[in-house]
Design a protein around this ligand. Structure first.
Ligand SMILES: Cc1ncc(COP(=O)(O)O)c(C=O)c1O
Length: 400
């Protein structure tokens, strides 16, 4: 019998959808995939070269649990240089991706029944990871423009609140949290004594003159309460290398290392060498990719808003748009009602052959999450196909 704990956990909807699309493609059905949160660029050549050298040099064994000292030193320098916060190398530890680092942090921090506040819309995995760690996810709405609603967060705080998870720049909304809102959050954390898990995997993708701010850089107390999580996946187009890290107060890192020592032993040694090359090499590749995402964002945002009934904010970061599609809900096709965003995403997959993720997967019902980590030509084809398919939907009858 499967454990109750796992029976209560939802499988990742985004991963499920990816499997379904792969099956459709195997059957020869062409699908434009705007569902996966993954750079469409190759890992830059100098990073791949470092990995090849690591293999040739026989750097193929277990490493220390927290990662080789060189990568932690390189991460510490990066955090100082770019995020303006000082961590010693032993206040940094690695995991196979930011995803596993977040889970390890939750395992290290949560006692059964501890509450973790999650501003939503939010990334699919937070709520389920909190559950797997024995905690209780508490979803609170963000403001209309998807910025943090501090009053809402404070109202959700109880004696059991252990942490708040924030993600800026945000998946799925594209919001970038302002310095002021993070300062307020840091004050709330101090007032009510909770941790902030700060997922910063999209930090390099910020647009419209916005800057990414790390909450841990805001004060000594904020640094003490923050678990900063980041990864090489999105910044360096290294999703398959499975390399992420967290930086926190020594006590928290030591607890996370206990988890990692029993769970992962160490992160892939070759990926660690690649990670060092990524951090120490030129950052031009990062800037070039971000500037291309920005071009695509502007294109897709404009194109989506031209479709009748779709309302879409421009997103200031990451590589996602989250259009509001409520106007299409309740419409029918061949007598079949499109009841919600799940049905609409299904309809678009069937009729437009475009894969997008229903907003409900991110606690954003009535929306679709669309990735723009795809060429402008692909985005154009997808937008044309979606627009044509949406035109097939018959309008709801007007109430008289
Ligand atoms: C907000 C957010 N955090 C973390 C991750 C996971 O990143 P990694 O590949 O480093 O595990 C993702 C991946 O989609 C993400 O969107």
């Amino acid at each position: 019998m499967i454990s109750k704990r796992i029976q209560e956990v939802e499988p990742s909807r985004t991963v499920e959808l990816t499997n379904r699309i792969a099956a459709m493609r195997r059957e020869g059905i062409p699908v434009i995939g705007l569902n996966v949160g993954e750079p469409d660029f190759d890992t830059p050549a100098h990073i791949r070269r470092a990995a090849k050298e690591a293999i040739e040099e026989g750097f193929t064994r277990y490493t220390p649990v927290m990662g080789v000292p060189e990568i932690r030193e390189a991460i510490a320098s990066k955090l100082m240089r770019e995020n303006h916060v000082e961590y010693a190398p032993d206040e940094i530890t690695l995991g196979p991706g930011a995803k596993q680092c977040i889970y390890a942090a939750l395992l290290a921090l949560c006692d059964p029944g501890d509450e973790v506040i999650i501003p939503c819309p939010c990334w699919v995995s937070y709520t389920e990871m909190v559950r797997m760690a024995g905690g209780v996810p508490v979803a609170v709405r963000t403001a209309e423009d998807f910025s943090l609603d501090l009053a809402h967060i404070e109202r959700a705080v109880t004696g059991r609140t252990k942490a708040v998870i924030i993600n800026t720049p945000n998946n799925p909304t594209g919001a970038v949290y302002s310095k002021e809102s993070l300062e307020e959050l840091a004050l709330l954390a101090q007032k009510h004594d909770f941790y902030v898990l700060s997922d910063e995997v999209y930090e390099c993708m910020v647009y419209e003159g916005r800057t990414h701010v790390s909450v841990s850089a805001l004060s000594r107390d904020a640094r003490r309460r923050t678990v900063l999580i980041n990864s090489f996946s999105k910044t360096y187009a290294m999703t398959g290398w499975r390399l992420g890290y967290l930086a926190a107060d020594r006590e928290v890192v030591q607890a996370v290392n206990v988890v990692q020592s029993q769970m992962v032993s160490s992160v892939n040694s070759i990926s660690q060498k690649a990670g060092i090359a990524a951090l120490q090499g030129s950052q031009d590749c990062v800037r070039e990719m971000a500037s291309e995402y920005d071009r695509r964002r502007l294109f897709l945002h404009e194109r989506l808003n031209r479709i009748e009934g779709i309302r879409c904010q421009s997103g200031e970061g990451a590589f996602y748009l989250l259009p509001d599609v409520t106007d299409y809900l309740g419409r029918t096709y061949n007598g079949k009602r499109i009841a919600d965003d799940l049905a609409l995403a299904e309809f678009l997959l069937e009729k437009a052959r475009v894969a997008v993720v229903p907003g409900s997967a991110f606690l954003a019902p009535g929306h679709l999450r669309i990735t723009y980590a795809a060429s402008v030509e692909t985005l154009e084809r997808a937008a044309d196909a979606m627009e044509a398919a949406l035109r097939l939907l018959e309008k709801k009858e007007k109430k008289v």
